[in-house]
Design a protein around this ligand. Structure first.
Ligand SMILES: [Fe+2]
Ligand SMILES: [Fe+2]
Length: 171
């Protein structure tokens, strides 16, 4: 059982509002669940439910932030909300593709899997090496997009509202 995280949590992503930090950790963990399933050839079974769960959780988390924006009239709310809508749209495009059958998932061969632990110290290399050619391209594209967007959003965009919310007494 390969147990490697694709998105490493780091305290530099903490924004200082506990409920939201916990939600961000859950989001990263959901992406890591997909990645581990991929490494262990279980993605066939779990990707469908993982995608639905991720979609639901994203909606829940974005609504949580947006309700606070509305309640306290966060000045940059419109721009921030647009970013949320963009991500939701992209994820739903991935879902549509998936359910339309555009999912060429490789079964990682036994030989290849045996070699994985040594060659997979770095999750980035791991995914790259699995995503050669056409096979694996769907989940590779999905996971790299999710990681890039979430880390940028949590690490930069969400941090912009922290001072404002804290000054309104949100903890
Ligand atoms: Fe967030
Ligand atoms: Fe956000």
């Amino acid at each position: 059982m390969l147990d490697i995280d694709f998105i490493q949590w780091s305290n530099k992503y903490l924004i200082g509002i506990k409920t939201i930090d916990d939600q961000h950790k859950t989001l990263l963990e959901m992406a890591n669940v997909m990645y581990r399933a991929y490494l262990n050839n279980k993605h066939h079974e779990i990707l469908e439910s993982s995608l639905s769960k991720l979609t639901e959780y994203i909606k829940f988390h974005f609504k949580y932030e947006e309700d606070l924006f509305e309640k306290y009239q966060y000045p940059n709310k419109d721009k921030h909300i647009l970013e949320h809508r963009f991500f939701e749209n992209e994820i739903s495009k991935f879902s549509e593709k998936y359910f339309a059958g555009e999912k060429e998932f490789p079964i990682i061969g036994e030989n290849k899997r045996k070699d994985l632990p040594e060659s997979m110290k770095n999750p980035e290399d791991a995914l790259q090496s699995l995503a050669t050619g056409k096979t694996g391209s769907f989940i590779y594209a999905l996971l790299t997009f999710v990681r890039k967007w979430i880390l940028n959003h949590i690490g930069k965009v969400d941090k912009n509202y922290v001072e404002f919310l804290l000054s309104n007494g949100i903890r």
